[in-house]
Design a protein around this ligand. Structure first.
Ligand code: ARG
Length: 457
């Protein structure tokens, strides 16, 4: 029996059972974290005199050499040794001899794998925070150039009121800011050390969990060994935060896809973020934005998978928990990729300012302006709404816009109308006047930009 745990077995599993059981094909992703965790564990075993100093030194040297090789992609793993933990242990024993077998003193794969996952997520969440920040900066830079660029704001995907493009872009900056808050707040729960909980119940060895946690730069240790080895809440939380991030990215991508269509022509994607068609020579497709929109599906899927794996799972470790990994790795890769692509896409995006402004001059998105105008002159708003509604209807019948109505037509609709009405109908004026706090008025947008920059830069 050549299994590391083979002592009590009389028969070896069939090859395909081994393959079904093994996780090495995917948990090799944790190789560096696994060695990092082992280095701290052995340091602690030495400090507490659980193993001899020379033994510890030899194990540490062996692990360092494996870490080097791992970084250079020089390690080869085998399904025979099931997972990353046993593969590393086997490689260590091959490297330094039987003393390598002392590494696993006072430890189980159950606390080991949980530790690896915490270390892995800590590293990636920090990276994700930086990537979100870069995307925010790209949005802010675009916004700075377009405070006074006006486009139609929509509700129900119907033209509603004109807005500043910077205001629209900043809306995403705030969504991303909440994403960052959630990810960074989750670090509190990620940065907790399960190591030293052993299989489920702790150990009889006089280990020092505080020391291991300190060496690995964790903020604290799990106070309950059962909870420590079976907790995957921090991964659920990561998948949930990632899902919401993907919701935000996909909403923006949907807008960009619409905006670069022939129907809108508000923006043009850079060639480097577009693809062509194999049959239709004229096509320039926004594939990157579509992919980001589409990839939200797999991230949501991973969240639901893990919730389902955990539901009804008895304490403590169960092999079901091995299913926590692929979805997490895939989510990390997916959101890191999406954030990078999205940042480049925004940086290189061409804004068709003329087309945006032409749109607001050829619609009824200034109708609220007109109603407000009458209300400010004393007409109850409900009545003003009706007067303007009738004028809109008149314009539709005549195939013109509100600004094309004659003074006589305005007067006929209501005596309160005067020459100053034409200025009010100008979309630029309409936007500029919406200076209630958080509104799209230019001075409010500038304040917002200032606030965003003070928080983000
Ligand atoms: N490969 C396992 C996992 O990912 C490691 C822990 C295995 N522990 C055990 N007692 N079988 O969950």
């Amino acid at each position: 029996m050549n299994k590391l745990w083979g002592g009590r077995f009389q028969k070896t599993p069939e090859k395909w059972v081994d393959e079904f059981n093994a996780s090495i094909s995917f948990d090799k992703e944790l190789v560096e974290e696994d060695i990092q965790g082992s280095l701290a564990h052995v340091e602690m075993l030495k400090a507490t005199n659980i193993i001899e100093e020379e033994e510890a030194d030899s194990i540490q040297k062996g692990l360092q050499s494996l870490l080097e090789k791992a970084k250079n992609n020089e390690l080869s793993f085998s399904v025979k040794y099931e997972d990353i933990h046993l593969n590393i242990e086997k490689l260590l024993i091959d490297e330094i001899g039987p003393v390598g077998g002392k590494l696993h003193t006072g430890r189980s794969r159950n606390d080991q794998v949980a530790t690896d996952m915490h270390l892995y997520l800590r590293k990636h969440v920090q990276h994700i925070l930086e990537l979100i920040q870069s995307l925010q900066k790209a949005l802010i830079e675009k916004a700075e150039d377009h405070v006074e660029t006006i486009l139609p704001g929509y509700t129900h995907l119907q033209r509603a009121q004109p807005i500043s493009l910077a205001h629209h872009l900043l809306a995403y900056v705030w969504m991303l800011q909440r994403d960052k808050e959630r990810f960074s707040e989750s670090l509190k729960r990620i940065n907790v050390c399960p190591l030293g909980s052993a299989a489920l119940a702790g150990t009889t060895f006089p280990i020092d969990r505080q020391l291991t946690a300190k060496l690995l730069e964790f903020d604290r240790v799990y106070p309950n060994s059962l909870d420590a080895v079976s907790d995957r809440d921090f991964i659920v939380e990561f998948l949930s935060n990632s899902s919401l991030l993907m919701v935000h990215l996909s909403r923006f991508c949907e807008e960009l896809i619409l905006w670069c269509s022939q129907e809108f022509q508000f923006v043009e994607m850079d060639d480097t973020y577009s693809t062509g068609s194999s049959i239709m020579p004229q096509k320039k497709n926004p594939d990157m934005a579509e992919l980001i929109r589409g990839k939200s599906g797999r991230v949501f899927g991973h969240l639901i998978s893990l919730l389902t794996v955990l539901k009804g799972l008895p304490l403590a470790y169960n092999k079901d928990l091995q299913e926590d990994k692929e979805g997490m790795f895939d989510t990390v890769k997916t959101i890191e990729g999406c954030l990078e692509i999205m940042t480049g896409m925004i940086r290189t995006l061409k804004i068709n300012k003329e087309k945006m402004e032409q749109s607001v001059n050829e619609d009824f998105s200034n109708a609220t302006e007109l109603a407000d105008y009458l209300a400010k002159k004393g007409l109850p708003f409900r009545k003003a709404h009706e007067v303007v509604g009738k004028l809109v209807y008149l314009c539709i019948e005549k195939g013109i816009y509100l600004k094309d109505l004659s003074m006589a037509e305005f007067k006929e609709a209501n005596e309160l109308f005067d020459e100053d009405v034409y200025e009010v109908l100008n979309p630029y004026t309409a936007v500029n006047k919406r200076n209630s706090e958080g509104g799209t008025g230019f001075s409010e947008v500038k304040k917002q930009l200032h606030l965003a920059k003070s928080l983000i830069y």
